[in-house]
Design a protein around this ligand. Structure first.
Ligand SMILES: Nc1nc2c(c(=O)[nH]1)N[C@H]1C(S)=C(S)[C@@H](COP(=O)(O)O)O[C@H]1N2
Ligand SMILES: [Mo]
Length: 319
């Protein structure tokens, strides 16, 4: 099948790329496309959108329970090194991701719940007190970053939706709009992007629905206006630009699992001792410094999540 011959190209080459490469690429791409002038060239409607209706909510109150063991990755690094395949299969998608139109934006919450609802994003965001948490993020490609996310715990949304007893999983879905996201014309990928967690995982404090970063509303390339952060799992689980949240009885199949189940499983918990079938996960390259550091079990969040996985098939938990 086609996708077998078109494995994710990022797998090895990106994992080995140095920050110097990234900067050189970025600079030459920006220069080549004249994107330094992009903001000035935006139509008036797009500029009006820059006045985010939730801007007054930032900076959000820091949650001191979530600290880091390493410096924060500078914003200009994280904001220009992204995985967002809806905008291309390489890291320098920040400029094209500005095509993402984040208002109007509705989020549909449904499935096995007492209170199905469809909410305009600004109403949804204002239902919960926002807080800021410093999180680590570990991509399955073996690079990592740290980032100040703002948002609210997933468990608060779960409580609002009031799941029925037979809801065992939560299934998240990104928008589907190949005009707004040219990457969705690439039929190698089973769009829209889907990810999922168990209802037990969602009850933890750690899963975070992100609405902002670096003390302002979420930049488009980070998956505005609403994305998930599951910092103990490989980054592909942290789905961006969420449109639909369904409580379901069956384990959801994510986009990556659908393409290559032997490499990107449902659990995808970070574990340095379980290699990806094509590369080691023992170390990670820290964005900005390029330093190689040892990867930690559950990405350093074992105290928060470890007890949850007792009795589950250990061979599957880390794939
Ligand atoms: N919708 C969507 N969500 C996504 C992705 C994507 O391509 N599309 N990439 C995932 C991967 S592999 C990673 S590492 C993170 C990257 O988040 P960042 O670009 O904000 O660093 O988003 C995840 N969520
Ligand atoms: Mo990733």
């Amino acid at each position: 099948m086609a996708f077998i011959h078109r494995r994710p190209s990022w797998a090895i080459s990106e994992a080995l790329a140095t920050p110097e490469h990234i900067f050189l690429n970025r600079r030459s791409i920006l220069a080549g496309m004249g994107l330094g002038l992009a903001a000035a060239a935006l139509p008036r409607s797009a500029r009006a959108e820059e006045a985010d209706p939730t801007a007054d909510l930032y900076p959000a109150k820091p949650n001191a329970a979530y600290k880091l063991d390493r410096p924060l990755t500078p914003e200009e690094i994280n904001a220009n090194y992204n995985n967002f395949y809806e905008y291309g299969t390489y890291k320098e998608i920040a400029a094209s991701a500005q095509m993402l139109k984040t208002r109007p934006w509705e989020v549909q919450i449904g499935g096995l719940v007492d209170k199905p609802m469809t909410l305009a994003i600004d109403d949804l965001i204002r239902k919960f007190p926002l807080e800021t948490r410093l999180y680590r993020h570990r991509c399955v490609e073996a690079w990592s970053m740290t980032i100040p996310w703002s948002g609210f715990p997933l468990k608060a949304l779960v409580a609002m939706a009031s799941p029925k007893a037979d809801a065992k999983f939560i299934r998240f879905e990104t928008f589907l709009d190949p005009v707004m996201a040219p990457g969705q014309n690439d039929f190698v990928y089973p769009w829209p992007y889907v990810e999922g967690v168990t209802i037990e995982e969602a009850a933890l404090d750690l899963p975070f629905l992100v609405t902002g970063a670096y003390d302002k509303p979420l930049a488009k390339q980070f998956g505005a206006p609403l994305r998930l952060a599951l910092p103990w799992k490989y980054g592909f689980k942290s789905i961006k630009s969420i449109r639909k949240i369904d409580f379901v009885a069956e384990q959801p199949v994510g986009l990556w699992e659908a393409i290559q189940p032997s490499e990107y499983g449902f659990w995808a918990n970070v574990n340095p001792e379980v290699p990806h079938p094509r590369w080691s996960q023992a170390k990670e390259r820290v964005l900005a410094t390029g330093e190689l550091v040892p990867t930690q079990l559950f990405n350093g969040y074992a105290a928060e999540v470890g007890q949850l996985y007792a009795g589950k098939d250990p061979a599957k938990l880390y794939m």
